[in-house]
Design a protein around this ligand. Structure first.
Ligand code: C5P
Ligand code: MG
Length: 200
């Protein structure tokens, strides 16, 4: 198995790159943000509850997000691995993910953070708002709050996996293709060293 966390602030390109990576590495893509948006679109009880937080740019409480993630992982017993996109966003979520992977007899192999400067993030989110119709992309106060939440609550997850020797950063500026190539180089190196250690 290969289990990868795509990490980085909102608008850093995680979703865009995940869609390319799943084709190349045959992984299952789990975006907790996309799952919440599907629930909101269907107006389920979970969707209604999540909407209150998402519309303010706050995090949905850990127990809700972790429960949803767990269901999604359990729904894919055939998976050759997962790309987690937008999860974990707190230390409690990271600990729950590690526990879930251990229960599945596997682990997180790699976290890759996409480094993008703040100006570029604002520019990308504005561009996305124009086509996605996402209310949380269209409101500047909400976007600012999401970036603050990332810095305060989510950034420590990088250090959490760094202590396990799993965190890496790549330059997330440039074309989609350039960034994809940087990701593939790092993932291929990881696969190579995992194979040498017979861990995969
Ligand atoms: O990942 P994405 O940026 O699409 O998430 C959109 C929103 O969903 C976040 O701003 C947050 O309100 C909520 N979310 C969350 N916890 C996660 C993922 C997303 O609260 N792990
Ligand atoms: Mg996304």
């Amino acid at each position: 198995m290969l289990n990868l966390i795509l990490f980085g602030p909102p608008g850093s390109g995680k979703g865009t790159q995940a869609l390319r990576l799943i084709d190349r590495y045959h992984l299952v893509h789990i975006s907790t943000g996309d799952l919440f948006r599907q629930e909101m679109g269907r107006e389920t009880p979970l969707g209604k509850e999540a909407k209150a937080y998402i519309s303010r740019g706050e995090l949905v409480p850990d127990h809700i997000t972790i429960g949803m993630l767990r269901n999604k992982v359990n729904a894919h017993p055939e998976a050759e691995g997962f790309i987690f996109d937008g999860f974990p966003r707190t230390l409690a979520q990271a600990e729950a993910l590690d526990q879930l992977m251990a229960e599945e007899g596997t682990t997180i192999h790699l976290l890759i953070a996409l480094d993008v400067d703040d100006e570029e993030i604002v520019r990308r989110i504005r561009g996305r708002a124009a086509i996605s119709g996402r209310a949380d992309d269209a409101n500047d106060t909400v976007v600012r709050n999401r970036l603050a939440v990332y810095k305060n609550e989510t950034a420590p997850v990088f250090d959490y996996y760094a202590k396990q020797g799993k965190s890496h950063r790549i330059d997330g500026m440039g074309s989609v293709e350039e960034i994809f190539q940087r990701l593939c180089t790092l993932i291929d190196q990881t696969i190579h060293s995992l194979k040498k250690g017979a861990l995969i």
